[in-house]
Write a protein that binds this ligand. Structure first.
Ligand code: ADP
Ligand code: MG
Length: 262
């Protein structure tokens, strides 16, 4: 077989094998290998490493799409100076994503606008960058889906899959008996296996009222909190901060005490 024929065959094989970068990088790498006298092994190493990097990047993009974040925010975009009630070192430690390996949970509590969803998404993004899968739901959306679903088992199955399940805005809506039982099953099913990041404007003491069943609320909290980190955020809404600074809304009530009653 001539060199040209071999080249064509390799190109076709690389494409059939669904290599992402190798078909395009083959020419340049082969040339570089020749001029720099690479060993066969060094050439192969370059080719497969570039391919692996491209595949990792593609998987990350896919996992970001599948997470269905309402917005993309990272920890770098979070201004810790504005929120002194947050222990920055603790959040940065969570962003190492070690908690996911052990199926530990993260609970972000605090009044509206203090950055709970931002931090939940940022931790989710950190997890994806480490190769984990994430699914984001607002509790309202999840309840809506539950109300429409006639078989909860298939719903539960799909919620068991992601490495990290983000449940945003627990506490804005009351949760009826059927949904409370579902939540219990969800939390029990993921217990020590899959992480949950949950945000809420309610303190734990108020959970009984969200679930309209204090026994079930206690059982859910028991599993959720055993191996978990709670971040209590106090302070003023970041959303309204600039407006406050501009002198608008000076008479707004301070909501910062509502979630801190534990
Ligand atoms: P919450 O979920 O607690 O109601 P969000 O996370 O939605 O609040 O925050 C409201 C808006 O303010 C978002 O756009 C978020 O990115 C921004 N934000 C909140 N806190 C901070 C912060 N400390 N640094 C930078 N942006 C912040
Ligand atoms: Mg929010």
């Amino acid at each position: 077989m001539t060199d040209a024929q071999t080249y064509d065959r390799v190109q076709t094989a690389l494409q059939d094998l669904k290599f992402l970068t190798a078909p395009d990088s083959l020419d340049a790498l082969a040339q570089q290998a020749a001029t720099e006298h690479w060993t066969y092994l060094a050439f192969l190493d370059h080719l497969v490493q570039a391919e692996l990097a491209a595949r990792r990047e593609q998987a990350i993009e896919r996992n970001i799409r599948r997470a269905r974040f309402p917005f993309i925010k990272t920890l770098d975009q979070f201004d810790f100076a504005c929120q002194p009630s947050i222990n920055e070192a603790q959040v940065r430690d969570l962003a190492t994503v070690r908690f996911v390996a052990h199926g530990e949970n993260v609970l972000l509590l605090g009044p509206p606008g203090v950055g709970k969803s931002h931090l939940a998404v940022a931790l989710g993004m950190a997890a994806i960058l480490q190769g984990k899968t994430v699914a984001f739901y607002t509790v309202a959306d999840l309840l809506d889906q539950l109300a429409k679903a006639d078989r909860l088992t298939s719903r539960l199955k799909s919620l068991a899959r992601p490495d990290v399940l983000i449940l945003d805005e627990m506490g804005y809506f009351p949760i009826d008996k059927r949904a409370a039982q579902f939540f219990f099953q969800l939390v029990a099913q993921r217990y020590l296996k899959g992480s949950i990041i949950l945000t809420s404007n309610k303190s734990y003491g108020e959970w009984g009222s969200i679930f309209s069943d204090t026994v079930l609320a206690a059982a859910i909290l028991d599993r959720l909190l055993h191996t978990s980190t709670t971040i209590n955020i106090r302070g003023q809404s970041y959303r309204l901060r600039e407006k406050r600074q501009a002198g608008i809304f000076t008479d707004l009530p301070d909501l910062s005490s509502s979630a801190q009653k534990e």
